[in-house]
Ligand binder design. Structure first.
Ligand code: UTP
Length: 290
């Protein structure tokens, strides 16, 4: 029996320079898409996948994420007193009571790989998910991207990287994998190139912010040297892990919005606005007539 994926790591300690000034005092993962911060979409995706412990690796702007997931006594009392039952339910049910939230500090933004390594004392010797909340993945017809990846892990018992097909002229914005097909959506990775030009790209499968990793990744992260920019890259450690064990790429179902950049964020707001149960139709009408 493969070990269950019980923990998810949310690295939220990046500097978010592409989204300044909004990210000056707030992590980008707290930016709302319509009415929910990105980190809440990510937490809900994890809970749907059966995750029991949410591990947040927080940084410089350290307060708002724990505040968001904590109980807000004053606010709840106010909402209760004013009879706003729907709103009260929304703030109470951010994560179910049986899901634990753990907060760790990454005291310096030394890269995504370093942020994941910070979670080792909590994750321990078991496979775990990594979810980058600024990659918002809409899988409204299914159980979410992380659920799909957990199901793949249960079959392969190997680390899995989430990928999507990217336009040829966009490969320079992604880690791109070369891999051998196993099934329709699953392939075994044999190489990974960071931000290649269209000519250098080995495929059009770009790495997106969803991973299921075996705990062997921690040893590789400890051995990974910082890159030219001084950051420890998760991709470098995954490449090293591939020398010891198979690593797969999974082309998930769903639409991904890159909310770490302003255009992707605007697109997500339009799409989530259009399907909002309260005002989606009105918003569509507004867009048509403007
Ligand atoms: P990005 O590559 O998007 O970097 O990080 P960034 O610093 O957040 O944003 P830009 O490029 O300056 O605009 C990918 C993920 O890794 C986290 C980020 O919070 C994001 O979820 N991260 C990155 C950390 O937690 N720590 C780091 O040191 C770097």
């Amino acid at each position: 029996m493969p070990k269950r994926i019980r923990k998810a790591v949310f690295p939220v300690a990046g500097l978010g320079t592409r989204f300044l000034p909004a990210t000056k005092a707030n992590p980008k993962e707290m930016l709302p898409v319509v009415d929910k911060p990105l980190i809440q979409y990510a937490a809900e995706e994890a809970v749907k996948a059966g995750i029991e412990t949410l591990v947040f690796v927080i940084g410089r702007t350290k307060r708002s994420i724990p505040d968001h997931f904590d109980k807000a006594y004053e606010l709840e009392t106010e909402l209760e007193a004013s009879g706003k039952a729907d709103r009260l339910r929304e703030v109470r049910n951010i994560v179910p009571d049986d899901v634990a939230c753990v907060y760790l500090r990454q005291s310096e933004a030394l890269g995504l790989g370093h942020a994941v390594l910070c979670a080792e004392p909590i994750v321990g010797d078991e496979p775990f998910a990594v979810i980058l909340a600024d990659d918002l993945i809409d899988d409204s017809s299914g159980d979410g991207c992380t659920s799909q990846m957990v199901a793949q892990y249960d079959q392969q018992v190997s680390s899995i990287v989430g990928v999507q097909r990217v336009p040829t002229d966009q490969t320079h914005r992604y880690g791109v994998v070369s891999s051998e097909s196993v099934t329709d959506r699953l392939s075994r990775i044999n190489g990974m190139v960071e931000k290649p030009s269209p000519e250098e790209a080995p495929s059009n499968l770009g790495v997106v912010g969803r991973y299921i990793l075996n705990p062997g990744i921690f040893k590789k992260l400890r051995q990974t040297r910082p890159d030219a920019g001084g950051e420890i890259q998760l991709t470098d450690a995954i490449r090293a892990l591939m020398a010891d064990e198979p690593v797969f790429a999974y082309e998930f179902e769903g639409t991904r919005y890159d909310c770490g950049n302003k255009l992707g964020y605007l697109q997500a707001n339009v799409e989530y606005g259009l399907k909002h149960p309260e005002f989606g139709d009105e918003f569509a009408e507004y867009l048509r007539n403007r």
